[in-house]
Design a protein around this ligand. Sequence first.
Ligand code: NAD
Length: 497
Amino acid sequence: MTEPRAYDLHYGGRWQKPVSTERIEVRSPATGALLATVPAAGPADVTAAADAAQEAFDAGWGRMDALDRARPLRALAELLRARMGQLAELESAVTGRPIREMRAQMARIPEWIEYFASIAVGLEAESNLVKGGFVTLTAYEPQGVCALLTPWNHPVLILVKKLAAALAAGNCCLIKPSELAPVSPLILAEWAMEAGLPPGVVNVVTGAGPTGALVCDAAPVRRIDLTGGTATGRKVAARAGERLVPCTLELGGKTPVVIFADAPLDEAVAGAAFAAFVAAGQTCVSASRFLVARPLYNAFCTRLGARADALRLGDPADPATDMGPVISAAARTRCLDFIARAKAEGARLVAGGAPPDLAPPFDAGHYLRPTVFADVTPESHLFQEEAFGPVVSVTPFETEAEAVELANDSAFALGAAVWTCDVARAHRLSRAIRAGVLWINDHHKNDPRSIWGGFDASGWGKENGWDALRSYLRKRSIVIRTASQYDDWFAGKGRYG
Ligand code: NAD
């Protein structure tokens, strides 16, 4: 991105001038430079975009055979594959995440579209011959217009996870991306048209929380899918409840990583650094609470601290950069507050704890050195609350039971990881730790076939897999009489049931 571009909205198959005159600046988190502006869509914009989605649904996207829908979806996957370099540069510029990370992530995006296009073709309904001379058929159908509310940390990945399932199921989408990273979703809408998706199937309105609230309230919206913070989740769920519209909520986390004494220390430390500091700790499943068996504890703290200190912070566009900035000044201030409170609560600073010294223009970015605190107690703020940045805690444990208790001592239940060579223990822990996604001897691995979603304060519902496709469909039952004669109840013959 060179010259800042003033984007319009993208709905009904084309760029549309907003009615709202308010605009939002999109700035580089690495330098503060202005990258783009986008409209803060208001009521008239949201209504027009939602109506465009409903029109496209009524025009036949939902009634189309899944094989016919799969063709433009596969074309979109191919188009994204061809342009993944461009997309990675855009994602890196807007989020500040290192180009190496974004290239790796963009390389996998088409797989979600191909996967959902394929399984939608393979969706089979059921039929049963039932008592009394009846055949019952089940039928799947799309829900209609789906609102997709997405965060800024993986702007394309999280959007495509939802969009691919929703579209393959025959829905039309009204997307409200994060105000901090709205550009790639707008571009994606343009590319979807180029790939041959009918106008109005993919619609994007930009804006902040108030625009998101308008989207939730738009009359055509029949389903809401949010990835965001837990506080936002509560508001969206309340709104969905009020409207009786089903919703999926992928919310915050406080991922524990349990490291047993039999784990290979080198691998566990390398895995810990990756789990904690990729994306500058800004993923919902970022490792944030390390629970380490006492025999490894001191060595682990020292070595994780050394790995953190060795990470190269700097220009996200440089393939040698390991870690970029956090997304905003507010995010860095929040992380610095966590650091101040951890110190006040008696935790021991092992690495980081302050912004780095970087040369211009990166001295104006929201950088923070990767930070490790040891001797963190379970009741402390850092142990309990989501920092959503590169600030992690390490806590020792003596027994397996204590490790499980510490891991489960959280309102969140999204990701977790266990490092051990003991197969039986790995199985035991994978059942005992409360988490929707649990890795054994690894972290962050994600695949369209592998369901994703949390419990409790981390939300409800699933992304990925058949669960996600079915969540974008509604199921109906059709009961057909095969008996030759109607069983006349009031003529005294009827057998009720
Ligand atoms: P956020 O909650 O601030 O925003 C998410 C989206 O909701 C944005 O598009 C925002 O504009 C919109 N929004 C805000 N208020 C709204 C309202 N009242 N009504 C409707 N929409 C509204 O989250 P964020 O800062 O963009 O993302 C970070 C959070 O997302 C973290 O808590 C992280 O853990 C979570 N997250 C979860 C997952 C997961 O899979 N569970 C994945 C990534 C991020």
